[in-house]
Design a protein around this ligand. Structure first.
Ligand SMILES: Nc1ncnc2c1ncn2[C@@H]1O[C@H](COP(=O)(O)OP(=O)(O)O)[C@@H](O)[C@H]1O
Ligand SMILES: [Mg+2]
Length: 236
């Protein structure tokens, strides 16, 4: 369908000749959540980085809301509505919460947009003057989500946002993700908590050694087979 928010077709990606992703095709319709699951080293981060324009594919194409963005820079894709929340949060620790948010405010957006976003993240509102790096891991991840929210994205790609966080904090993150989804934003979610990802996702893609081994509705996945492939990773 041409109205997919993100459409990846026949994508091949590698690092200095070592091929990591083979013939990846994924279509993400507007307002849907796609979980990208698979064991360590499968290529999940590589796929998100390629989708965001940080890595050049050796073959294949990417479309973002109808536009062929295969040759677009990461910055241009971001302006067109693609937001990556990278592994390790991607906030500037030495800057305050408010400075982090200002940096992500699109050029033509009014300052009041920051206040609107702080309404969604009340815990951040009381910390706007605090250095981001002095907050807890969960608060920093909320800031990363708030920055994504601020850009008014069409799709947010999330790389293991719950990594290293306490279960209660992970709950809060998923509430925020649910709220983001309810505004019509599409999500592509890489997540080690498989059960939480499956509960939220409309569609699941399994990645194993650089290839998609399953793609379909979350309800149809062979959960036990999936968990076996993770060899003991936390799942809930
Ligand atoms: N910068 C890099 N240079 C070379 N190889 C890399 C680089 N980043 C990742 N790889 C390799 O690509 C493969 C996929 O890694 P990655 O995308 O990080 O997997 P995942 O996120 O699923 O754990 C691994 O074999 C990894 O060693
Ligand atoms: Mg990774």
């Amino acid at each position: 369908m041409t109205n997919d928010t993100l459409r990846i077709d026949g994508l091949h990606v590698g690092y200095r000749g070592a091929r990591v992703l083979h013939d990846i095709s994924i279509a993400i319709p507007p307002g849907t959540v796609t979980a990208l699951l698979g064991p360590n080293g499968a290529g999940k981060t590589t796929l998100l980085r390629a989708a965001a324009g940080l890595l050049r594919p050796t073959a294949g194409s990417l479309r973002l809301a109808g536009a062929d963005v295969t040759r677009w820079s990461a910055a241009r894709r971001a302006r067109h509505g693609l937001c990556l929340i990278p592994e390790g949060r991607g906030v500037f620790g030495a800057l305050t919460v408010r400075e982090n948010l200002r940096m992500m405010l699109p050029a033509r957006a009014p300052r009041s947009r920051i206040d609107e976003v702080l309404d969604v993240f009340p815990d951040l509102r009381s910390r706007t003057g605090q250095a981001a790096g002095s907050m807890s891991g969960g608060q920093q991840q909320m800031l990363a989500l708030a920055r994504a929210w601020l850009t008014g994205p069409k799709i947010v790609l999330l790389d293991e946002v719950s990594m290293g966080l306490a279960p209660l904090v992970v709950d809060e993150i998923f509430v925020a993700l649910d709220a983001l989804r309810s505004t019509g934003v599409s999500l592509l979610l890489v997540e080690q908590y498989v059960d939480r990802a499956l509960a939220m996702a409309d569609t699941v893609h399994l990645l194993d050694r650089g290839r998609i081994t399953f793609g379909g509705p979350a309800a149809e996945i062979d959960r036990d087979g999936l968990l076996a492939s993770y060899l003991g990773a936390p799942t809930h």
